[in-house]
Each structure stands twice: as structure tokens, then as C-alpha cells.
Design a protein around this ligand. Structure first.
Ligand SMILES: Cc1cc2nc3c(=O)[nH]c(=O)nc-3n(C[C@H](O)[C@H](O)[C@H](O)COP(=O)(O)OP(=O)(O)OC[C@H]3O[C@@H](n4cnc5c(N)ncnc54)[C@H](O)[C@@H]3O)c2cc1C
Length: 329
């Protein structure tokens, strides 16, 4: 690892100035540091300056907003999200997704901002020996290689899956991210648009501009929605899931007005299963309807040579997550 300068930022403005005041990639923000240190040890990042965000008070705030939504500061930890009473009451799928991520030790340190911005776990991307397309190389080696943990949807040119489990739930709730840049400039972007498909940008998973700081995740107000998040691991361990699903149902009695069904570990971005959503909208939650929606979630799937096992896993998870959400959460 190269030597680097350490800077403890005490405000968002100072963090944005410090992150912007160097060439792209030369200064990087650090939140929990879990992925950042891996990237530095793996030789994928060699910043000259590390800007510590943990001491910026406003970034740790979790609060209810005036309109009934919630704002979650970027350095709130996954453990805090999992335990927060209001999040558990109104955004159950999010608290479940946070609790379903990693191990207790990691959840106590990992922040929601860093979690959304972590780089993919694809072993070709992480390996120094493979100059893959996401690192500016000639090809995605997963297509002809070891692709059992890779994407089954939308893998146009690169077959990574998005690594964030909470992102699955956040997209299902139509969350946005607030981003701050030098000079006090701010923008808010719907999370679904913030994440980028390979055909939009094959080297970046999101639209964070150099020098920008993710300051908060914004959750819209929920009224009458019920939700659930389920994950399936390869083992019953703390590793990233091989499949996860978030469902948010807007219910009127036992009928569904509107449904949000999002698949994680399925595509390079959290993947909205639009045909499953249509199969649920306007229907009573009968067994047949739920089964049909679970099958519809797989419409357009393009499994690779070693990951067709994900199809029945997702079908079962969608069915169970819809039933769990409908039961009340
Ligand atoms: C064994 C293991 C199991 C895991 N399992 C899961 C899992 O099941 N699900 C899951 O979702 N994750 C899992 N993870 C990943 C872990 O949750 C992430 O590494 C962690 O959430 C990253 O958060 P952090 O705060 O440590 O980010 P950091 O490592 O500090 O930062 C990550 C990246 O984001 C940038 N960054 C951080 N914060 C900001 C900000 N506010 N603005 C701009 N840039 C920023 C950093 O520069 C860096 O590039 C696992 C990790 C391990 C080691």
C-alpha cells in the first residue's frame, strides 16, 4: 500500500473541498473503511489523500422529515438502520435488508453511504491478474469463466452483480440520494437512476462525480405500504447473498394497488422486476396471483453457463417475500 495523507473532515464542506482538491482518484472519502481498505490492499486504489467522514456530525443523523419521509445520513451504520424503531415500523424491508447484510461486526462499522458505493465483488474485477473491462481492459472474463455468482439480467458487456443488499430495499422504496460538491452545490438523484448499467458506463457502478460526497439517503413517505426483504446465501453465513428480494406493496384490504419488486444479486444494478409488479397490481393476493408474479419476475432472464440455479431461487424468494409483505410489515 502506498503512503497517503489522512484528513479528518469536520464538515461536509471541508470533506467536499478536500475530496475535490486533488486529481480524480487521488483523494478518496473514507466512511467505515471496510471496502476502501480492501480496494487499497488489492491495489485497485492508491489515493494520496484519505478524507475521513466519520467525524462529520451531520452525516450521522437519522431523522423524520417534515413531509413524513425520512433522511438517513451517509455515515449511519447498517446496525443503526436495522435497529431504528421508525425504520422498522415504516420501512421494514430496509431494516431487514440491513440486518440481512454481512456480520454483526461489519454492520457496526459499515455505513449506508459506503455500502451503496462499495465496488463489485466479482473475482475478476478484484484480481490483479485480470485486466477486465471494468478496469479498462478488453473483456469481461465472467462470460466464459467462473460465473456462478454473476448476473442473470442486464449483463450487457459486464456480468457483475450490484454488491449492496440495502440497495435492493432502497430502490423498492423509491429512495433518492443527496450529493454535495465543492462550493456547497447539492443535487438529489433517484437511486434507481444513480446506479448505472454497463451500457451507460462500464467502469463505474454509479453516477457519483469526482469530488462529490454522498450526504444522505432520502426515503419518501409511506402510507399503507407493507414490505419485506429476503435473502438467500450459498451457506448460512455472513457472505454476500446469491439472491435477495425486496417487495413493497401498497395495499387496500387484501388487494394490491401497486407493487414494487426488486431483485438483488441479479444484475449490475438493483433490478426492478417490472412484469412481477404488473402481475400484482390491482389483484387480490391469492396463491395463483402470487405464484404467477414470482414466475413473471424471471421474464427476460439470461442465465450464464453456471448460474441458472438462480432462477428457481429467485422465483421462491419473490413468492415468499410477496407473501411476507402481504401478511403485514
Ligand atoms: C465478509 C463480508 C461480508 C459482507 N456481506 C455483505 C452483504 O451481505 N451485503 C452488503 O451489502 N455488503 C456486504 N459487505 C460489504 C460491506 O457491507 C461494505 O464493504 C460496507 O458497507 C462499506 O461501507 P463502509 O462504510 O465501510 O465504506 P468505505 O469502505 O469507507 O467506502 C466504500 C467506498 O465508498 C466511498 N465512500 C464512502 N462513503 C462515501 C460518501 N459518503 N461519499 C462519497 N464516497 C464515499 C469510499 O471512497 C469507497 O470507495 C460485506 C463485507 C464483508 C467484508
Amino acid at each position: 500500500m502506498n503512503r497517503f495523507e489522512w484528513l479528518d473532515a469536520s464538515s461536509v464542506a471541508q470533506a467536499a473541498d478536500a475530496a475535490a482538491g486533488a486529481a480524480a482518484g487521488a483523494a478518496v472519502p473514507k466512511a467505515g473503511g471496510i471496502d476502501l481498505l480492501d480496494l487499497m490492499k488489492e491495489g485497485l486504489l492508491a489515493p494520496r489523500r484519505v478524507v475521513n467522514l466519520r467525524a462529520v456530525p451531520e452525516l450521522g443523523r437519522i431523522a423524520e422529515e417534515a413531509g413524513g419521509g425520512m433522511s438517513i445520513g451517509a455515515t449511519a451504520t447498517l446496525a443503526q438502520l436495522a435497529a431504528h424503531l421508525l425504520i422498522r415500523a415504516r420501512y421494514r424491508a430496509l431494516s431487514e435488508a440491513a440486518a440481512n447484510s454481512a456480520s454483526p461486526q461489519i454492520r457496526n462499522v459499515a455505513t449506508i453511504g459506503g455500502n451503496l458505493l462499495q465496488r463489485p465483488r466479482c473475482w475478476y474485477f478484484r484480481s490483479r491478474e485480470h485486466h477486465c473491462v471494468r478496469k479498462g481492459g478488453p473483456a469481461c472474463f465472467a462470460f466464459a469463466g467462473e460465473n456462478q455468482y454473476h448476473a442473470i439480467f442486464a449483463h450487457n458487456g459486464c456480468a457483475i452483480v450490484h454488491p449492496s443488499t440495502p440497495a435492493t430495499a432502497l430502490v423498492a422504496f423509491n429512495a433518492s440520494v443527496e450529493l454535495a460538491a465543492v462550493g456547497g452545490r447539492k443535487r438529489v438523484v433517484a437511486l434507481e437512476n444513480f446506479f448505472l448499467l454497463p451500457e451507460q458506463d462500464i467502469e463505474h457502478e454509479n453516477d457519483l462525480k469526482p469530488g462529490e460526497i454522498l450526504t444522505a439517503v432520502l426515503l419518501p413517505r409511506q402510507q399503507g405500504t407493507r414490505s419485506a426483504h429476503l435473502r438467500q446465501g450459498e451457506l448460512d453465513s455472513f457472505d454476500w447473498p446469491i439472491a435477495d428480494v425486496a417487495v413493497v406493496l401498497d395495499m387496500a384490504g387484501d388487494a394490491c394497488r401497486r407493487a414494487s419488486v426488486v431483485l438483488g444479486a441479479a444484475a449490475p444494478v438493483p433490478y426492478r422486476a417490472k412484469q412481477a409488479e404488473s402481475a400484482l397490481a390491482g389483484k387480490r393476493m391469492t396463491d395463483d396471483v402470487v405464484r404467477a408474479a414470482a414466475r413473471a419476475a424471471l421474464a427476460g432472464a439470461m442465465p450464464l453457463s453456471r448460474n441458472a440455479y438462480k432462477l428457481p431461487v429467485f422465483e421462491a424468494l419473490v413468492r415468499r417475500a410477496v407473501l411476507a409483505a402481504a401478511k403485514g410489515g
